[in-house]
Structures are given as C-alpha cells and as structure tokens.
Design a protein around this ligand. Sequence first.
Ligand code: ADP
Ligand code: GLC
Length: 514
Amino acid sequence: MSRRIGLGAAPAGRGMSTLDALSVASEIFPLVKTGGLADVVGALPAALAVEGIRLRTLVPGYPPVTGALGGARVVHDFADLYGGPARLLAGEASGLDLLVLDAPHLFARAGNPYVASTGQDWPDNAFRFAALARVAADLGAGLLADWVPRILHAHDWQAGLAPAFLHYDALVRPGSRPRPGTILTVHNLAFQGQFPAALLGALGLPDSAFTTEGVEYFGSIGFLKAGLQFADRITTVSPTYALEIRGPEAGMGLDGLLRARAGALSGILNGLDVAVWDPATDPLLPARYDAASLAGRAANKAALQARFGLAADPAAPLFGVVSRLSWQKGLDLLLAAVPALLGAGAQLAVLGTGERALEAGFLAGAAAHPGRIGAVIGYNEGLAHLLQAGADALLVPSRFEPCGLTQLSALRYGAVPVVARVGGLADSVIDANEMALAAGVATGLQFAPVSLEMLELAIRRAVQLYRDPDVWQGMQRSGMAADVSWRLPAKHYAALYRDLAAATSPTPAAEPRA
Ligand code: ADP
Ligand code: GLC
C-alpha cells in the first residue's frame, strides 16, 4: 500500500479503501485557466475524495501558481531539467493539494500558459511540457519515497508524454521501479502537441521511440499521440465524443489509433463545480434565486441588459453566449444567423475572446444593432455568471464539443441551453421534442446537423417556446433539477482508478510490461 504525506484523511465512504493518485495537467482553476480543462482538473480532487481517492495534482509553476502556494516545501531538486535547475514544491493553494514544478527557465513567464504576447506559441513548448510529463513519470516511479501514487492520470497533450516516458524507462531499467496504472484523458483532440522529429533526443526519448508504434506522428513527435499509444486507459469527457473520435471527422488524424485502442477507451461526462455555480448563493449575482423563485432572475436579466447595452425589455427573449471565440464553437454561424435572431424579436449578449475576426464580427454586430446585440470581448468570471443568471437561453452551436461546461452551468442557472447535437452537448441536454415536452423532461433544444439553417430553426423554435411561459418555465425547472454535479462522474472515475489499480502491480515487476 502506498503512503501519504501531509494529507488530511479523505472522507471516504464506510468500508472504502483509499487510493493515492496523481493528476497532471497544464492548468487548474482557480489559479490558471484558459478553458474547461482547468475547471475539470480543479474539481476532480474534491469530487474523488468522496470516493476515497486521494488525488494530488502536478502543475507547472507559472507565476500565479507559485505566488498562491502556501506553506510550500521543496520535496525534490533537479540539477538540470531541460536546460536549467528546477525544484518540485509541495503545498496548498485554494484548497488544492499541489505538487508544483518550479522551473523558472520554463514557466516563470507572464501571460498565457501556451502563447507569448506575440501571439505565437512559446518556442520551447516541447521542453516545457516534456518537463511536466517527465516529472509526472518520475513521481509515478517513486521519486518521492514517502508518496507513490498507484494511478497517474494525465490530461491532454501537455501531459501526454508521461505514459511514454514510463514505457521507455521500463525498457531501460526493467522491473527496477514501481509502475503506476496510467490514464490519459482527452479534453480536446484538436490540440495535439506536435513537435519536430529532430527534438527526439533532446526530449529524452530513445531513437527507437520514433516509430508508428511509438511517438512518431505524421513525421513529427506527437505528445497526444504518445499518450494515446501508451496509456493503460484512455478516457474522454463524454460518451458521445468517445464514439465520435473513432471516426475520421472528429478523429482528427488519430481515429485509426483510437479505433485500435477502442477496448481501452471510454467516455465520462464532466461534472460542474456546483459550489462555484449555485444561483442560490452566488456572490457574483445582483439577485440570487432558485427553481422555486425563478422570478428572481428578472433582476439579473435587467442587470445583464444594462451591462451589455441592450434595451431594458423584460419580455424580449435574450440569448447569451459565453465562449472562446473559435471555429470549434461555431460562432461564425451565429454571426450569420443574426438577422434571423433579430427577426424573431430576440436580443443577443456575447461574452468571449479569441479569434480576431469573430471578436470584430460581434463588436460590429453590436454597433450595427444597438440595444439588440451586445458584445463584451474579454475573459470575465463575474460576467459569465451574470450572463447565465440573466439570459433566457444559452447558445452553444459548436461544430464539435468534447463535453462543454457552459451548457451545464446554463442548466443549473435556468438559462435554457440551445445546443448543437454533438459530443457532450448531445449527452447533457434533453431536446424539447414533442414527447419530452409531454413527459415534462425537456431541458433545452438540440439541433443537427450543425448548419446555419438548423441553427436559425433552433433559434426560432426557442423563441416560440419562450412565448409560452408555462412550457418555458417547465424547461427551466427541469434543467435546474438535473444533477450536473460531479457525484456520478466521480463514481465512474473512481471505478476506473480502482479497476486499473487492481490490474497493475504496485510493486516493481520482474519483467518489463509489454
Ligand atoms: P472550452 O474548454 O472548450 O473553452 P468549456 O465549455 O468546457 O469549453 O469550458 C469553458 C469554460 O470557460 C467555462 O467555465 C466558461 O464559463 C469559461 N469561459 C469561456 N469564455 C469565457 C469568458 N469570456 N469569460 C469568462 N469565462 C469564460
Ligand atoms: C475542452 C473541450 C470542452 C471540455 C473541456 C473540459 O476544452 O473543448 O468541450 O468541456 O475541455 O473537459
């Protein structure tokens, strides 16, 4: 059994054994976030604690992380980690039990974790995230004598090399070190971490790794590909996306490998941190409410209209968007659907940041239709909460969506989600078809395929339903009653961890693993 240091007892259920696990990721809410990955990585430890899993998280020592770290201890020194000295710190921040890779030459930089202020990726991203994965693999192999995780859970390409390092290490030193069970969770197959083949040696990978069965990916080194190749189990963040990515379109070049590994691949729908997202207690809202006091939303709608420069019209159906502005999210289609939306008598409030053309497009829309369209370009947690609490409906017309979290907060806040029927959107919203309405179980609207015509139709259908307050409020209440918390997903992850731990030996094996 593995030992633990400095951790409070996890509130495991009666008779439940505890299990130590390491999560490794490039972002974590609330310290550093560019998208839903951070939300999930930040929520998993508390969610899994309920299931008796003690999850520590390894993250890069970006300035906001090292700055927030309380009572940090140096638990390991690296004389040279990809070009400079580094330290591994153990400490706590925002209630999270963290291992922080303090490598100033790699991570002590202001701004976005992946992109420099020039808009280009940091030129040394291969080394930055190889370092993260290298240290994760070392931790899994017993770097800290007094804490050896049974499970190494890697998230996305930034952690993708960790299972590969464990694999190649075991070839060099068979049976000499512990080997954790490894899981790779794909949050978005569009981000694959591809780097020049010439870096192979400098990254610490053997020449023999550059094969189709290794880390080679279309002539480059593929970090995500490596993780998919070598992880014991692969998960993605919804059951539907787990199916979609086995096909050529959503598979984005990796579908062949995913089909080959289909037996190890499953989908677990994300949860929402329902403590952060609770309209009854949310300190970021002008007015708090719950399903029994939906009228309380009116004050939030008024505040939202004021903040986005929309006409103070309580009866106008108000559609909201909270999103990265990117091709994935299908918001170019929404721009094209603006005439239809206005024609239906609706208002639109967009909060987002991303591609310049989309930012400019929504700002131009707001300028052309004052009082009807409002856009705030930027990242703003408070406004995201206000938008969910004040909008009548939330639009998510994504071309693909591994899970999506904004439709989950929309459900919880009574903003009826209008979503493309893809990925996690298909798995989390119950479309208002005739039978669902008759049964009183509809929570939103789905449309497919993802086209301008179908989006326009969905907008018109939503406005029609909105005009019938009984039907609309029924949908709001059904959505607010849906369990979007981590309760069920945590059970699925815990079962996966336990199953994998049972299948992999905690002590050094006599033979290298196949
Ligand atoms: P993705 O990770 O693909 O961007 P998700 O829906 O999984 O999409 O997660 C997005 C997260 O980021 C949600 O927590 C959402 O509220 C938040 N978010 C996105 N854009 C903004 C923004 N402009 N301001 C505040 N929060 C945002
Ligand atoms: C990615 C996906 C999004 C998912 C999030 C968290 O950013 O685009 O769909 O919800 O990861 O898993």
